[in-house]
Design a protein around this ligand. Structure first.
Ligand SMILES: [Zn+2]
Length: 279
């Protein structure tokens, strides 16, 4: 008994001395991103970064279904009051949504396990819209991140990084947004996103809280290995995809509130995300 309990204490000591597992320090408790002054919610401008869910909502070409809203009731009742109610059905990964770490990582958190603290943080917006306009397959480079940091200072731990590609304006035109609108075929897609080295720098060195953008994926259209998903989700860093209105969010100073539907065990889900900008 005595030996077991001292062995237990030794194990606990070792666990305390080991480096924190991936994900720790990004979402639990205070992070450097939270030390940025937060805007006053009473007077701040709130920008809606979610596209509506409807029959035009864009899903991955191989998705077996899309958003469905079924009317259960709508109209005046015998009781004299109006009543309406609907049922909705959607794959997790379509429209404005969150990729939970388990989407590409066996040991990743499910959507209900992502700490909400990680999803409410100060943000930076990195603009690659000019480069993406010239090259639809443009990927953010580590150098782009360093240039951004030279102008704005280092990206703090826990920051929600948003990539502005200009693609939000193409929504909901499937062909222009995804680069191809062939149903069931995801092999001819073209749109910009994060690149591998930039993702490694942001996730492993800067320890950011989330990677978001205004295209369909945190990997660019032609990707077949989804390496940015592997890097980010493998480190408990969620993706925020198909964001709207990023042109209205300043490069520095905004706070993000990105709360997905709390699907127990889910690999992602519909996301209502807003930017809070002081004024
Ligand atoms: Zn997704």
């Amino acid at each position: 008994m005595r030996l077991q309990s001292s062995a237990g204490r030794a194990l606990l000591l070792v666990a305390l001395l080991l480096p924190l597992p991936p994900g720790e320090g990004r979402g639990e408790g205070s992070t450097s991103a939270n030390k940025h002054p937060s805007p006053n919610l009473a007077t701040a401008k709130i920008i809606d970064l979610s596209h509506p869910f409807d029959e035009k909502t864009i899903y991955w070409p191989t998705s077996p279904s899309s958003f469905k809203l079924e009317k259960l009731a709508y109209g005046d009742t015998p009781g004299g009051y109006f009543y309406s109610s609907f049922a909705f059905c959607t794959p997790e990964h379509g429209g404005t949504h969150l990729d939970a770490p388990i989407h590409f990582s066996k040991t990743g958190r499910t959507v209900d396990q992502v700490p909400v603290r990680q999803l409410i943080a100060s943000a930076v917006v990195i603009d690659i819209s000019k480069k993406a306009e010239a090259d639809a397959d443009y990927r953010l480079t580590a150098e782009d991140v360093r240039v951004f940091e030279k102008a704005h200072g280092p990206i703090a731990v826990g920051t929600i990084v948003l990539l502005r590609t200009g693609w939000g304006k193409r929504w909901p035109d499937r062909k222009r947004y995804l680069g191809d609108d062939t149903p069931g075929d995801a092999s001819h897609l073209h749109f910009p996103s994060y690149g591998r080295e930039a993702a490694e720098l942001l996730v492993r060195e800067r320890k950011v809280g989330a990677l978001g953008l205004d295209t369909a994926s945190i990997d660019y259209g032609p990707s077949t290995d989804f390496i940015v998903h592997q890097i980010a989700l493998g480190a408990q860093v969620p993706g925020l995809e198909n964001l709207a209105n990023l042109d209205q969010v300043p490069e520095m100073g905004a706070w993000i509130i990105a709360l997905p539907m709390k699907i127990a065990g889910g690999s992602g889900g519909p996301l209502r995300i807003v930017a809070v900008v002081g004024r």
